[in-house]
Ligand binder design. Structure first.
Ligand SMILES: [Zn+2]
Length: 500
């Protein structure tokens, strides 16, 4: 096949598959937010039909040839098409290397594994899920072996989620984190309750909390013509193009802060998608480049900006205006201290900024050892509990609040967790670099977060997936990843808050 022919076919298929993805995305979003419960009955059928069409579009010999031709001529392609081709090739690699029947039987296994995990969690009975986890781990080893026998199997999967990532980098990262944060957490715990948090669980009417969400979006300078807020149990962000980004949040009457920080977190994800370059519109790379860079942005806005004293001072008048009784006698400084309370806890998704990475570290160590064969799935719960005691100093009362809490492993996501911790660490390094150009605190106080976003757009957002994660970080910081920024950031912040 000639290159021009391959490009023509590539662009045509791309146009169609992007339209499918748009349709899938809108239907999934509708299903999560507005659709009645029983809509899933009809939706499943529609998904099945459309998935089959989407699958046939790219999983066929002609398309494989298109990709092979593009990869042969990769250096002749313009930078955008080159990245699109590389990512398309990566997306198909597994399907081409794994025998079809193994691939489909694995998809079936994942469906069953998810149900088994739900049952196991509900009944606090790990034995219902353990056989599935064993098979999922075995499949991951097998795929790594088939796709790249020269690579360590766990490294293979880390690299799938985050290009360039491996256990060598992570061992160094988590080693430093453990060394610095475990004693820091101990000191914080020893300090005990030194500031008030009693007002945090006052009842705040949901209608007024919705007004607070709108205000937060305004403060973040998010254009509501391009970005809406929906409501779901678990908040998330999705996007179809840079003019159609959707975030969701959840409202709990007795925790105004929970919603507030969900909006800021998802707002951070949204800002990334809203500010990808115009030159990427209509391409497959108009999106955040990786999960950890994405998380670096959401956690940057949520924690580094959103939990700063400047930000608390900026928004507190609005909180007082909306909830005068609930926050009677509370000032912005009280609020700032309360939202930064650090405390070892059992559940990752509810963990504070200081202890969060240790939850990830436990999962990383266990995954690594399961993938190397050093740890069996039978031994998992006791090792989980041992590590929680060692790092966070807490006893895990049951598997439901222990190793069964996250759905990731049941969904076949092995090697995904580390990106959450990396995101936090990247954020600290990025803000350090940003402060060379901007007076971040002053801008926040003056309600000019748009200038901060403009800096991030220039260094990160506009590239979409054109740059790989490590390149993005280097572009924004002028140096490679260095976990010391994260450790210093947390140490300084906690030392000041807890007067250590
Ligand atoms: Zn997130």
């Amino acid at each position: 096949m000639e290159l021009t022919k391959a490009l023509e076919l590539f662009n045509e298929k791309k146009r169609i598959s992007m339209a499918y993805n748009h349709a899938f995305g809108v239907m999934s979003y509708d299903n999560e937010t507005a659709a009645p419960k029983n809509s899933s009955i009809g939706l499943a059928k529609t998904f099945e039909v459309l998935s089959e069409l989407a699958y046939k579009l790219t999983v066929n010999e002609e398309y494989f040839e298109v990709i092979d031709v593009l990869m042969e001529h990769i250096d002749e392609l313009d930078p955008i098409t080159r990245r699109e081709a590389e990512l398309a090739e990566k997306g198909l690699r597994m399907m081409r290397k794994i025998p079809m029947e193994e691939y489909t039987s694995y998809q079936g296994l994942l469906m069953e594994a998810h149900t088994a995990w739900v049952d196991a969690k509900l009944s606090d009975d790990y034995s219902l899920f353990e056989p599935y986890l064993k098979k999922i781990i075995a499949f991951h080893k097998r795929v790594a072996e088939l796709c790249d026998p020269s690579m360590d199997p766990y490294d293979f999967w880390l690299n799938e989620y985050e290009k360039g990532l491996n256990t060598e980098i992570l061992d160094k990262f988590f080693g430093k984190v453990r060394e610095a944060l475990v004693p820091l957490i101990k000191k914080v715990v020893e300090k005990g309750e030194i500031f008030r948090t009693d007002f945090m669980n006052e009842k705040c009417p949901i209608e007024l909390q919705r007004q607070l969400s709108d205000y937060i979006m305004e403060v973040m300078h998010i254009n509501r013509e391009d970005c809406s807020i929906g409501e779901t149990e678990h908040p998330f962000t999705t996007h179809f193009n840079k003019h159609d980004v959707r975030i969701t949040t959840h409202y709990h009457e007795d925790s105004v802060v929970s919603n507030m920080y969900s909006v800021i977190h998802e707002g951070g994800h949204a800002l990334y998608e809203l500010n990808t370059g115009d030159d990427l519109i209509g391409t497959t790379i108009a999106a955040g480049t990786s999960m950890s860079i994405h998380e670096s942005q959401s956690r940057f806005y949520e924690n580094i900006i959103g939990r700063s004293e400047a930000f608390c001072e900026l928004i507190f008048p609005k909180i007082k205006e909306l909830f005068p009784v609930q926050f009677d006698g509370v000032n912005a400084h009280d609020f700032y201290l309360a939202v930064n309370k650090a405390e070892p806890s059992l559940i990752r998704t509810e963990a504070d900024e200081l202890t969060y990475s240790l939850h990830i570290m436990v999962r990383y160590e266990l995954e690594k050892r399961m993938m190397s064969g050093e740890l069996t799935t039978e031994q998992l719960p006791s090792e989980w509990n041992r590590l929680y005691k060692e790092y966070l100093g807490i006893d895990v009362p049951n598997n439901r609040q222990g190793m069964l809490q996250d759905s990731h492993w049941s969904g076949g996501m092995i090697g995904y967790f580390p990106s959450y911790a990396l995101g936090s660490a990247y954020g600290a390094q990025i803000v350090h670099s940003m402060k060379k150009d901007l007076d971040v605190e002053k801008l926040v106080r003056e309600n000019r977060i748009d200038i901060i976003t403009a800096w991030l757009t220039e260094k990160i957002y506009k590239y979409g997936m054109l740059l790989r994660p490590a390149e993005v970080l280097k572009n924004a910081c002028g140096e490679d990843f260095d976990p010391d920024y994260y450790i210093n950031y947390l140490t300084e912040k906690m030392t000041s808050i807890y007067s250590l």
